[in-house]
Design a binder for this molecule. Structure first.
Ligand code: WT7
Length: 575
């Protein structure tokens, strides 16, 4: 089956890329050569925000645009010098509150310059930043603040109702961006404090292994996991942004991901700014017209997005593309889910560019397997390991498999941006290392004779919908909170645009009748009570759900029902 897949090879186009040929780069690589430029090499101490912003001030990049921001109501730009001053001020705002190294500060707001300023300022005082996607509802926000014992949250009046103010003992401060000036106890006005704050600021120098950021992500069971990353990740962010994103001095770079997800921080903030690149940030939701006009308006040269978005653009038709001038695009990349070969061919047709797939995870902190501009591409393959990275396919006993055999995609431990722990949960962390010396990704894949990796699926039940990772357990937990729902099982159902959509099977409590209104109400209940992107698009009512004798919902049986496939071994199923 695998052998029959389309293995067409697209050759390298053009030259002048940062990365030499793949073989040359891979064979001569050493992470230590990358480290030498960062301050700790001289002083023993470092700070990501210094390396990403401050160090460009006083160089030819000082007045270069660091950030272009546009939304329906704003159109702004900020130089590296301005970003330094603003984030220094925000650092002083936090210090005045007594917030210091190691404290957790969350940021829960739509993309705006203030989001980027607060994130950098938080890092500057040595605190650990926890960015939250704006679509999260109260339960999801509470879980994360509670688990991490956050001391402060930066948010907007619109999102404030979803912050459990006064319910969490650790949470002392709410910093409101764009409020009307009416403040309750514990609330602080961003604008007022920033106006008064001095720009005189002494950055907190930290150790490379000190905490930088917490990204919560879903697993197949249990509550979300707080994936903890340290300042040392900059080594990988810097070098991958240089070689994979191929960021060069004159590039205008647009990463479409929100900083609530790891792509939006590692490659929407750290990687590009460590390289002194100009970042474009667009507020608001996706629309093909707005996206194409953003590329046109800023003459975007390097564009990092996700398969779902490319498929939505493809779905909008080729006519709309022709209305925009996209000729500035030089390099296009994708991450988050399998990038279908059709999408790569479509990209060649409409952008005249190959779309370069990249593979990595929240836990890995940075790109690991990629298609480099200086390497031929096989559409449908995730590419080859980044220099310094050893990837392999292991069987279920941890033995390395030969080419073309499907198994567990694993990475030799010890790359710079690897997570250092799961917050409060050492047991979960250990689960990733069940084979000595390897990080086990949870993805299945195979590698071909030429060393290209091919994604096959998730080993667990984790759902990837529109590039976002959703744990079925969290959605099921929310569903059964609804008074009509007795039990729930949630699966990912294949979908041509979103990769997968969330489908819920539910059994109703006695006294409830299935109706379109009831199902819509249940859907809304998840959407408003948990997160919009995690609300099931389809709900099917069944008398009973398949369960093991220990009472675990058998999602694989639900999936088999859905796809009309054999249900496999049912020996553990209850009668
Ligand atoms: C999971 C990680 C960090 C990137 C954003 C998603 C899937 C990621 C690819 C790819 C096929 C991919 C995997 C992975 N995934 N990139 N290029 N091809 N699948 O981060 O939420 O931590 O999810 O996304 O299943 O395990 P995430």
């Amino acid at each position: 089956m695998k052998e029959m897949m389309d293995k067409k090879v697209l050759p390298v186009v053009g030259s002048g890329y940062n990365m030499p040929s793949y073989e040359e780069a891979y064979n001569n690589f050493n992470w230590e050569d990358v480290e030498k430029q960062f301050t700790w090499y001289k002083t023993g101490k470092v700070n990501m925000a210094h390396e990403a912003i401050d160090r460009h001030v006083g160089t030819s990049r000082e007045n270069k645009i660091a950030l272009y921001y546009s939304s329906a109501t704003r159109d702004e730009k900020y130089t590296f010098a301005e970003m330094k001053t603003l984030s220094d001020k925000f650092g002083n705002v936090l210090r005045k509150l007594g917030i210091a190294k190691g404290d957790r500060v969350f940021i829960f707001m739509p993309r705006s310059p203030e989001l980027y300023v607060s994130l950098l300022g938080t890092i500057k005082v040595g605190a650990i930043v926890g960015p939250l996607f704006e679509a999260f509802m109260e339960g999801a926000v509470r879980d994360r603040l509670e688990d991490s014992e956050a001391v402060a949250i930066v948010t907007t009046p619109d999102l404030l109702p979803r912050v459990p103010v006064g319910e969490l003992p650790a949470l002392k401060y709410v910093i409101l961006v764009g409020g009307d000036g009416n403040l309750k106890e514990g609330q602080i006005s961003y604008e007022k404090e920033m106006e008064q704050a001095s720009a005189d600021f002494e950055i907190e120098w930290v150790d490379r292994e000190d905490g930088l950021i917490l990204h919560y992500t879903s697993g197949s069971t249990g509550k979300p996991k707080g994936v903890f990353h340290v300042h040392n990740a900059m080594i990988q962010h810097y070098q991958t942004a240089k070689w994979v994103l191929d960021l060069q001095e004159d590039d205008v770079y647009w990463c479409t991901a929100d900083p609530g997800w790891v792509t939006g921080t590692a490659y929407g903030i750290f990687g590009p700014w460590l390289n002194g690149a100009t970042n474009v940030v667009r507020g608001g939701r996706f629309s093909p017209q707005d996206w194409y006009s953003t590329v046109e308006k800023y003459k975007v040269t390097v564009w990092y997005s996700a398969p779902t978005s490319f498929r939505m653009l493809m779905g909008a038709g080729d006519e709309v593309v022709k209305r925009y001038d996209l000729s500035s695009l030089r390099h296009v990349l994708s991450v988050g889910e399998p990038l279908n070969p059709e999408v790569v061919y479509w990209g060649m047709k409409v952008f005249n560019k190959r779309i370069h797939d990249t593979w990595w995870m929240t836990e890995t902190g940075g790109q690991l397997i990629c298609n480099y501009p200086s390497m031929p591409i096989k559409p449908g393959s995730m590419g080859k390991p980044f220099p310094g990275i050893v990837a392999a396919i292991l069987d279920d006993e941890g033995n390395e498999l030969p080419p073309n055999r499907m198994g567990n995609l694993a990475i030799k431990v010890g790359w710079p941006s690897m997570m250092r722990k799961i917050w409060n949960n050492p047991a979960k962390y250990e689960e990733y290392f069940r084979f000595e010396g390897w990080y086990v990704s949870g993805d299945s894949a195979y590698v071909d004779e030429e060393g290209y990796f091919w994604f096959q699926g998730r080993v667990d039940d984790v759902i990837m919908t529109a590039g976002e990772r959703v744990g079925p357990f969290e959605v099921e937990s929310k569903l059964v909170e609804h008074p009509a729902v007795a039990e729930a099982g949630v699966i990912g159902k294949p979908d041509p645009v979103r990769g997968e959509i969330i489908k819920a099977f539910i059994a109703l409590r006695d006294g409830y009748e299935a109706s379109d209104e009831l199902l819509e109400e249940i859907r809304k209940f998840v959407k408003e009570g948990f997160a919009a992107h995690a609300a099931p698009r389809e709900i099917e009512v069944r008398d009973k759900l398949p369960k093991t004798r220990s009472g675990k919902i058998m999602r694989r049986v639900l999936k088999a029902w859905e796809l009309g496939l054999p249900t496999g071994d049912l020996s553990t199923m209850e009668d």
